[in-house]
Design a protein around this ligand. Structure first.
Ligand code: NDP
Length: 330
């Protein structure tokens, strides 16, 4: 069983199906994963001219399908991962007896599997200010590629100073009259090339050391109140008129569903054993907990550092190889 349809999930499916594991992949709420919220993928090896994310994800899906992966469209709503059975090793291999892990799709459809690969990715973060909720879908968005089209020839703001924010600001600058970038630090965190693209784009104005206090507008976003140098003596409020407010301040892993069964770090990223994709049981403290046989994690749900499609794909391959080894050892 593979949960998730991003680069990690599909790559795991390609490897698992080629190993004759008969994988079933649950596609989840966002077919193709987070990558499909970007405009163009330029850094995935094998696409020298770049590729549209939907094309790339469809390529991966078809590759997995070719070797027999079954796809289920739906959302996993519950899991029950079985704890290892102790004291009852297989008479053949000496390994622990096989256990069955259970996965429910949309509360009703139960799937049982010897091994589960979690590849549920991560989701966009919001600032947590009240007006952001008030205007969600009415000027507030966390996906420029999805919603940028609605702001053609308008003025928008992008919050964040990382690669995502720079990428989104550049994309929006291609559509909009003007783009503000609201950056809380005095510098951008993004890679050099992305920074240069932003700083050289005449349509983008970067507001360093600004934080958003609130959004304003009658029924939809029409402006934002920002504070300059929060807590400093020269702190000042600045109002900008905008039609759209795009969040690009990072992501949190989609792992809540598994918290009773597997170990996660303080931010919710799944902790895996050493250099593998093998999960620990949830009772883990200081890496002391035993592993949870047959449960593996791949991609952004277990990766707070790299968060790249190619890295996710690589860990998907690792997870499938480890699942194959585990199943064959039973
Ligand atoms: P990052 O974590 O790299 O950056 C998040 C940005 O949002 C930072 O500037 C951070 O500020 C800011 N931020 C966070 N919380 C708040 C807040 N509450 N208020 C205001 N600002 C806030 O996330 P990204 O999504 O940009 O990137 C994630 C990973 O994906 C990175 O490794 C990145 O390199 C990669 N990536 C690569 C791309 C590519 O290569 N084409 C494209 C997109 C992403 P601060 O700096 O102060 O912490």
């Amino acid at each position: 069983m593979i949960i998730g349809s991003g680069p990690a999930g599909y790559t795991a499916a390609i490897y698992a199906s080629r190993a004759n594991l008969a994988p079933v992949l649950i596609e989840g709420p966002q077919l193709g994963g987070q990558l499909t919220t970007t405009t163009e993928v330029e850094n995935f090896p094998g696409y020298p001219d770049g590729v549209e994310p939907f094309t790339m994800m469809d390529d991966l899906r078809r590759q997995a399908e070719r070797f027999g992966t079954q796809f289920v469209s739906g959302i996993v709503t519950k899991v029950e991962f079985a704890a290892p059975v102790t004291g009852n090793p297989s008479p053949v291999t000496g390994n622990p007896s096989p256990v069955t892990h259970k996965v429910w799709v949309e509360d009703t459809d139960l799937y049982e599997a010897d091994a589960v690969i979690i590849a549920t990715g991560a989701s966009a973060k919001y600032l947590g200010i009240e007006s952001e909720r008030t205007y969600r879908g009415r000027g507030v968005s966390a996906c420029a590629t999805c919603d940028g089209f609605f702001y053609r020839k308008k003025t928008v703001a992008v919050v964040g100073g990382g690669d995502t924010a720079c990428e989104e600001a550049n994309y929006l600058a291609g559509l909009c009259e003007k783009v503000y970038m609201i950056v809380r630090k005095p510098y951008l965190r993004a890679s050099e090339i992305m920074q240069q693209r932003v700083l050289n784009n005449p349509k983008i104005e970067v507001l360093f050391e600004h934080n958003t206090l609130q959004l304003t507008g009658e029924g939809k976003v029409q402006g934002a109140d920002l504070i300059y140098r929060k807590g400093e003596p020269d702190e000042a409020v600045k109002h900008i008129e905008i039609d759209g407010f795009f969040l690009a301040i990072g992501h949190h892993p989609n792992t809540e569903l598994f918290k009773d069964y597997i170990a996660r770090d303080a931010e919710g990223y799944i902790i895996t054993h050493d250099n593998s994709t093998q999960c620990y049981q949830s009772s883990m403290t200081n890496n002391q907990s035993p592993i949870l046989p047959g449960v593996f994690a791949a991609g952004d749900c277990a990766d707070p550092h790299y968060r790249q499609a190619i890295v996710a794909a690589g860990s998907g391959a690792k997870a499938a190889i480890e699942a194959d080894k585990y199943i064959k050892s039973l």
